[in-house]
Design a protein around this ligand. Structure first.
Ligand code: ADP
Ligand code: MG
Length: 615
């Protein structure tokens, strides 16, 4: 047996580096956090070879005093907290005082800094090289702020270097880190260069529009165009940001940014709440996209639970979960036809002041005044809970055609409905190929996917019915006998009570045969055999041990699909209009319960473009 000895400081740092410094991206994260903590509002990031060769970060923050330079590179040396009280009210991104020590133990690091209060010519440089931790301080030239240069990452730890992936992969991860931080601090400008090429140049964003532009630059314009801007406050919690409409879902959970008090977080509780909020409206296996900011008192959340600080612990997790769920659920439910219209039509009719929630008319023309359909085509701030703050505002965008132009088109169409209001989805004019309803509203042409829309309505109705008085069922004149597998029959027998609650009266009559005695009234005209087979398949997939109630919504979804108008069914104009009116009344009618859109608008102005009119 060997004897026990204390680790040398160098070795201890290298071991700690394993935790904090995994790859170039993690170095960038730590350095950027330091710059932000130092109050910088301009940060430049230069990277070579994916960061493995060089990472240089220059900021205009408060800088470091000469006397503190040596300490900055030591382990457990920090200027950010001094006692336990500070730890419990943490406001800075860093506080563990180990990043610089860890990084310089596995790289060649140079730090040049001039403190805010120092004289013009008194900048100082300190260098450290992996093993050799002796730090020489020498004079240097530097404007106020700090530049940290990290060269040859893992040059002295070949085992770790081997784990680095290709230059592109490492750079992608590093860029992701920059994006995350850029979305956390709109007031700071970020510049990222890779091998001397400019990748991002994000100006400081102050107005709502500038912030939105940054989100579009970081997340892509499509995200912003298909998102709802929310801002909700209740019980001391505030949630604001952008959430994608369910129709803009992704196959990967790669466009999800969640900040708690400005700190990016990946937290189970949060993702669960978000998933639940989207559950009803998202296609299976698809992921929502969002950029969300949760703000609460620092004392109500513990950030010191993980070295990379990606997880947090909420004092009242239940409260946070319910707040998130309800806020998002409601925001999504409120994306009704009129909101979507507002989003498409109101691009240039003004915007909502981020501070006051007030509607600001556009500077050009008087489009807002001319909007005959203001009651329907508008921003519709709604109040939430006790907070009463405006939210669920459709995203507006300054790009687009002139307000006057839209207003002209709209007023032409206002003629159509001089004395009565045109409803948001307008009036049906025809059915196309037995699949789509064409309708005309103030803004232009509305195209509705008949089946998808009907399915959503049926589903929401069934859900509402289950909640209030239960689903009304009607007995079949002639009970329907269906041949099934033994497993299916077992399942039907075991789950009979649960299925009965959903309006399905099923009885097992033989080892491989069941009898359907009653079905929900709403589904009376559906293909009952197929319906029952699908429902049984669903129930079996969930395992018979679980109570049907837990996935009732899913079963209702399956049933609603069967109960909805099929393609190729001819509808009369009154029937189509009834469907349009139903859509306007139904929550989440913007997409069917598989997350596909139920309708789209082709505005007159878009149609004009197609025909190059007025160009
Ligand atoms: P922590 O950020 O957890 O305090 P670090 O090892 O990252 O620990 O940094 C140590 C200290 O060095 C910080 O507390 C801060 O005082 C100083 N420091 C590091 N980077 C900068 C910077 N860019 N500007 C000003 N001070 C810095
Ligand atoms: Mg730090």
């Amino acid at each position: 047996m060997k004897r026990i000895a204390l680790l040398s400081q160098r070795l201890a740092n290298q071991i700690a580096a394993g935790e904090v410094v995994e790859r170039p991206a993690s170095v960038v994260k730590e350095l950027l956090e330091n710059s932000l903590d130092a109050g910088a509002d301009r940060i430049e990031i230069d990277v070579e070879q994916g960061g493995a060769k060089l990472i240089r970060i220059r900021d205009n923050g408060s800088g470091i005093d000469r006397e503190d330079l040596g300490l900055a590179l030591s382990r457990h040396a920090t200027s950010k907290i001094a006692n336990l009280d500070d730890l419990e009210n943490i406001a800075s991104l860093g506080f563990r005082g180990e990043a610089l020590a860890s990084i310089c133990s596995v790289s060649r690091l140079e730090l040049v800094s001039r403190a805010a209060n120092a004289a013009e010519d008194s900048a100082w440089r300190v260098q450290a090289q992996g093993q050799e931790m002796h730090t020489d301080i020498s004079p240097a030239a530097h404007p106020q702020g700090t530049t940290v240069e990290v060269r040859d990452l893992f040059f002295n730890t070949p085992a770790r270097r081997k784990f680095l992936r290709t230059e592109k992969t490492e750079f992608d991860r590093l860029e992701e880190v920059v994006k995350r931080l850029a979305l956390s601090r709109f007031d700071v400008s970020f510049q990222l260069r890779h091998n001397q090429r400019s990748i991002h140049h994000l100006q400081a964003a102050r107005t709502e529009q500038e912030k939105q532009r940054r989100v579009a630059l970081v997340c892509g314009p499509a995200f912003v165009e298909n998102s709802v801007r929310i801002d909700i406050e209740a019980s001391g919690l505030r949630l604001w940001g952008w959430v994608s409409q369910p129709t803009f879902s992704r196959s990967q959970a790669d466009l999800q940014y969640f900040y708690v008090n400005g700190r990016i977080i990946r937290d189970k509780l949060i993702s669960h709440a978000v998933r639940q909020a989207y559950q009803d409206v998202l296609f299976h296996g698809r992921h929502p996209a969002f950029v969300l900011y949760l703000e609460l008192q620092p004392a109500l959340v513990d950030v010191n639970v993980h070295p990379t600080k990606h997880e947090v612990r909420f004092r009242d997790g239940r409260l946070v979960h319910d707040f998130l769920f309800r806020a998002l659920h409601k925001a999504l439910a409120d994306v009704r036809p009129e909101d979507k219209l507002a989003m498409q039509v109101s691009r240039d009719e003004g915007r909502v002041d981020p501070e006051t929630g007030e509607y600001l008319p556009p500077s050009t023309g008087s489009a807002a005044g001319e909007f005959g359909g203001q009651e329907h085509i508008r921003f519709s701030p709604l109040s939430y809970g006790g907070g009463g703050s405006a939210y669920s505002r459709p995203v507006s965008d300054s790009a687009g055609v002139s307000a006057n132009h839209i207003a002209e088109q709209i007023s032409a169409y206002a003629e159509l409905a001089k004395d009565e209001e045109v409803p948001p989805l307008g009036y049906a004019i025809a059915q196309l190929h037995g699949i789509y309803i064409l309708a005309q509203n103030r803004a232009g042409l509305v195209i509705v996917d008949m089946h998808a829309a009907h399915e959503r309505i049926t589903y929401e109705r069934m859900k509402a019915a289950v909640l209030s008085e239960g689903i009304r069922a009607q007995p079949l004149l002639v009970p329907l006998s269906i041949a099934v597998s033994q497993a299916e029959a077992d399942c039907a027998e075991q789950q009979a009570a649960g299925l009965f609650e959903l309006g399905l009266g099923i009885e097992r009559v033989a080892s491989e045969s069941i009898l359907v005695r009653q079905v929900p009234v709403i589904l009376a005209s559906a293909d009952i055999e197929q319906l029952v087979r699908d429902v049984l398949a669903d129930v079996r997939e969930h395992g018979s041990s679980e109570r049907i109630r837990n996935y009732q919504d899913e079963l209702l979804g399956t049933m609603a699909c069967h109960g909805s108008v099929r393609a190729n069914r001819q509808l009369t104009i009154p029937e189509m209009n009834a469907l349009l009116r139903d859509m306007e009344q139904t929550e989440r009618s913007g997409q069917c319960n598989h997350g596909r859109p139920t309708w789209v608008l082709q505005s007159i102005e878009q149609l004009d473009k197609l025909f190059l009119r007025g160009q």
